[in-house]
Design a protein around this ligand. Structure first.
Ligand code: NAD
Length: 368
């Protein structure tokens, strides 16, 4: 059997710095757990533009379509702000998502006990929190037609269209139910069926998928505005939340920030299963290229490391090893290690990016 393959795209700014720490973790799995990955590395974003005049070369796109998982750092930076829209670094990432048809965006909101006091909510509301928001990523109001700003009478009108087909709802619902089976076995679907026809269809299709194929999973429905309130009031009532592109954009940002710093937040974007049964997949931290701290050794690599943990779980069927890695992160935090972003304004003794990576690897060692 061939080793599973990973394409690493470190990108710009702190991307290569945090990815270097993930490389240490990947190497550890090869040496200590006999889990060898075929890793290749390529360019995306501003560095790809510098080298090729495009934020994503066709060859890189082709490689991304072939591998079992893509791991991306971050793209963008002030150097590229004045580039034409068509070659901006972010276009490289959007092309990957679009051409790989990554319709299911997974954003966990997980609160490590050691960071519970870092949240803006009370400790008992967030401690132990572990929820997953599944956001539909390739359709809905960000893509629907007609769209644009038009003249109407003597004024202008801005139009965007919320549009969902049954098959688009069906596939993201399935992805949420499958996920729930690997977690707490509960799905809450959020829409605005009270005021939107697309919400009525959303609710019907999610219910149908459930009744036909996932009766073992507990399903509830909630209006998205009520869902936003419940997320702040008592987030631990949820396991998996599935919702559309727009509501998912808002709800996943809000939920993620319940748990603290941007430097802690991983994500996955999954597509349809490939011939080997694995979904097409892109894993990336939620944060950007952080040009304000790039090159200073201050970046927190945990979001990127946890993105690799998601790859272990969702692309490589190593849920046990994903848990080992998450536990290693938890241990390092419990031991008091903090990068600067986890210390607040007057924090003392932050560790550097590479010290945090080394500590995670040491905690992995200690787990054996
Ligand atoms: P950002 O996420 O890069 O940074 C926001 C703030 O969070 C900064 O103060 C930064 O120092 C801090 N931060 C982010 N990640 C951190 C980490 N791992 N450790 C410690 N601190 C961290 O967002 P921004 O400043 O709005 O954008 C900077 C650039 O990144 C822009 O060019 C933007 O377009 C791009 N961007 C890319 C992505 C992506 O690649 N997915 C996402 C968002 C923004």
């Amino acid at each position: 059997m061939t080793n599973p393959s990973i394409l690493i795209l470190p990108g710009d700014g702190i991307g290569p710095e945090v990815m270097a720490e993930v490389r240490k973790v990947i190497d550890w799995y090869g040496v200590k757990r006999d889990m060898v990955f075929n890793v290749t590395e390529d360019l995306v974003g501003g560095v790809a533009y510098d080298a090729h005049g495009t934020p994503l070369h066709d060859d890189t796109m082709e490689k991304a379509q072939q591998v079992d998982a893509v791991l991306l750092g971050a793209v963008g930076g002030p150097k590229y702000d004045d580039l034409d829209f068509s070659v901006k670094p972010e276009r490289g990432l959007l092309r990957l998502r679009k051409e790989m048809d990554l319709f299911s965006n997974l954003r966990p909101a997980q609160c490590f006990d050691a960071l519970a006091d870092f949240s803006s909510l009370k400790r008992d509301v967030v401690a132990g929190l572990d929820i997953m928001i599944v956001r539909e990523l390739t359709s809905g109001i960000y893509f629907g037609e007609p769209r644009g700003i038009f003249e109407e009478g003597n004024e202008r009108v801005g139009i965007n269209t919320q549009r969902y087909t049954e098959s688009e709802i069906d596939r993201v619902a399935r992805s949420a139910f499958e996920l729930a089976r690997r977690r707490g076995n509960k799905v809450c679907s959020m829409e605005k069926a009270n005021v939107m026809e697309s919400g009525i269809l959303w609710r019907e299709v999610v219910q149908k998928v459930h009744d036909e194929d996932y009766q073992d999973v507990e399903l509830s429905h909630m209006y998205a505005d009520a869902g936003a309130m419940q997320l702040c009031r008592w987030p631990k009532q949820f396991d998996v939340i599935v919702t559309d592109n727009l509501f998912g954009d808002l709800l996943s940002d809000a939920a993620a920030m319940l748990t603290g710093s941007l430097g802690m937040l991983p994500s996955a974007s999954l597509g349809a299963p490939m011939a080997n049964g694995r979904p097409k997949a892109l894993y990336e931290p939620v944060h950007g290229s952080a040009p304000d701290i790039a090159g200073t050794g201050k970046a927190n690599p945990i979001a990127c490391v946890l993105s690799f943990a998601m790859a272990l779980r969702y692309s490589f069927d190593h849920g046990d090893e994903a848990t080992r890695l998450e536990d290693a992160v938890e241990k390092v935090l419990a031991d008091g290690l903090r990068t600067a972003d986890l210390l607040g304004e007057d924090g003392v003794n932050p560790v550097s990016t590479s010290q945090m990576g080394d500590a995670i690897v040491a905690a992995l060692d200690a787990s054996l």
